[in-house]
Design a protein around this ligand. Structure first.
Ligand code: ADP
Length: 450
């Protein structure tokens, strides 16, 4: 087992990983940019190293600095968290070439699954249903139009390298296809330095359901059941829960098996997520793999009792998974909400600044993953998430009651947060009945423009 791990991330996930290291008796080295100097999670680490200026490209994304930080501190492994370098196979390769273990999947699997159109090829080979789409990349607008006419509008133009909802455009006719095609390409080029796009049939009001996977280097891959992440704003998740409400057990089982099959086909190990869309007839379609730990992993930790970060570290060190598929059970209902420093009353504009009051909820069945405390300055340079609030209760109705109580209790002053919109969501009848889809928030809860 490793004795020292470098955590190549910031905020709540850095703290989460540091804690997992300490639980395993491993030292944790934190890295920070100048914008994060003095940040609270750095105190919890055994050592903290400045890796550059506020700009991510010069610090959290700067591969040579991170590897050098691991080398000078004698760290044997690097945990990338999510975002930043977590899905960068070149980073993984360079870590391993430098004799430092990258806590994540093998490079071959990252390459096979890291981009959306390639991963669909693997899915098809593993007999996992995919959304009808262009076979491979679409190189011209003419080709895009041909596909759209063949499958029928609406279609979705998707960046192959896409993430975080970027590089994605819905087209409902030839005109919006023409503009959407060039917009998606330009956005993808700007965000990912890769303008390649492909097309998919745009499903009508689907649900987003994803399967958590974990595998070891001895060929064992197990699933930890599903999470429903249908509540999204602009394709960004706001609320996640497990089990997925109203999902027939048969479909759940088939989906979990499909995810395991896909991972095995790709020779996958460590943690990953297989994302699916589920249509109104409960047909499911693979959309992508996230080859890393996800923001919403604690939802699964609560219902299964598996400490995913701990398992990630263990399997990266070459150990066998500490459980088999038959040992994994889904107990009760867990829900997570993302609390972001944003102002929902003003189109969710970011709300950086000093947190003056921070009084989080607590009590039975409540978990809060956060790096924030009173006096902390939320920098404007990074992701706006300030906390993940989770509840775990025997039933969904009880989980909702506890979540409502927690959102009422939570007091934050000094910055705006998404707590008010979350309160509205948890009072919504359709959501209470589990009848939501990925377009729900924009359709039902957003003030209509004009
Ligand atoms: P990203 O990697 O940018 O998050 P995904 O491929 O995971 O992109 O898709 C994000 C969200 O976009 C999905 O959860 C869903 O809401 C929507 N979406 C993606 N593909 C489709 C599709 N074919 N039809 C309808 N909605 C889709």
């Amino acid at each position: 087992m490793f004795s020292r791990i470098l955590v190549a991330n910031r905020g709540e996930i850095a703290l989460r990983v540091i804690r997992a290291c300490h639980d395993l008796g491993i030292e944790a080295v934190a890295v920070f940019s100048e914008a994060d100097r003095g940040a609270p999670w750095l105190d919890v680490a055994d050592r903290a190293i400045c890796i550059g200026p506020a700009l991510s490209a010069e610090s959290y994304l700067k591969i040579p600095r991170i590897i050098a930080a691991a080398e000078v501190t004698g760290s044997q492994a690097i945990h990338p968290g999510y975002g930043f370098l977590s899905e960068n196979s070149k980073f993984a390769e360079q870590c391993r070439a430098s004799g430092i273990e990258f806590i994540g999947p093998p490079v071959t699997a990252m390459d096979a699954l890291g981009n959306k159109d390639k991963s669909k090829t693997v899915a098809k080979a593993a007999k996992v249903p995919t959304v009808p789409g262009s076979d491979g990349l679409v190189e011209t607008e003419e080709q895009a139009r041909k596909f759209a006419h063949a499958v029928g509008y609406p279609v979705l133009i998707k960046a192959s390298a896409g993430g975080g909802g970027r590089g994605m455009r819905v087209a409902r006719d030839d005109d919006s296809l023409a503009s959407g095609y060039s917009q998606a390409r330009a956005e993808a080029e700007a965000a990912f330095k890769d303008s390649s796009v492909f097309l998919e049939k745009y499903l009508d009001r689907p649900r987003h359901v994803e399967v958590q996977l974990i595998g070891d280097q001895k060929g064992n891959v197990v699933h930890l059941f599903e999470r429903d992440c249908s509540l999204q704003r602009r394709h960004q998740k706001l609320v996640e829960e497990s089990p997925s409400p109203n999902l027939p057990d048969k479909v759940r089982r088939a989906m979990c098996d499909a995810a395991v099959r896909l991972a095995q086909k790709a020779g996958y190990y460590n943690a990953g997520t297989c994302e699916f869309l589920v249509d109104q007839q409960n047909n499911f379609y693979f959309i992508e793999v996230n080859a890393r730990v996800q923001v919403e992993h604690p939802v699964t930790e609560l219902v299964t009792g598996v400490d995913i970060i701990r398992e990630q570290i263990r399997v990266a060190a070459g150990e066998k998974l500490s459980f088999a598929q038959k040992d994994v059970q889904q107990t009760g209902c867990a829900i997570e909400v993302r609390i972001n420093a944003e102002d929902p009353a003003h189109d969710f504009r970011p709300s950086a600044g000093v947190v003056k009051v921070w009084r989080p909820p607590g009590g039975p069945g409540v978990r809060l993953d956060t790096h924030v405390c009173a006096g902390y300055r939320v920098p404007s340079n990074y992701d706006s998430m300030v906390a993940k609030l989770l509840v775990h209760r025997p039933t969904r109705a009880e989980a909702f009651a506890t979540m409502r109580r927690c959102l009422r209790e939570f007091r934050v002053e000094g910055i705006h947060t998404t707590i008010p919109i979350l309160q509205t969501i948890f009072d919504n009848e359709a959501f209470i009945a589990g009848k939501v889809d990925t377009t729900f928030i924009e359709r039902e809860l957003m003030p209509k423009k004009g």
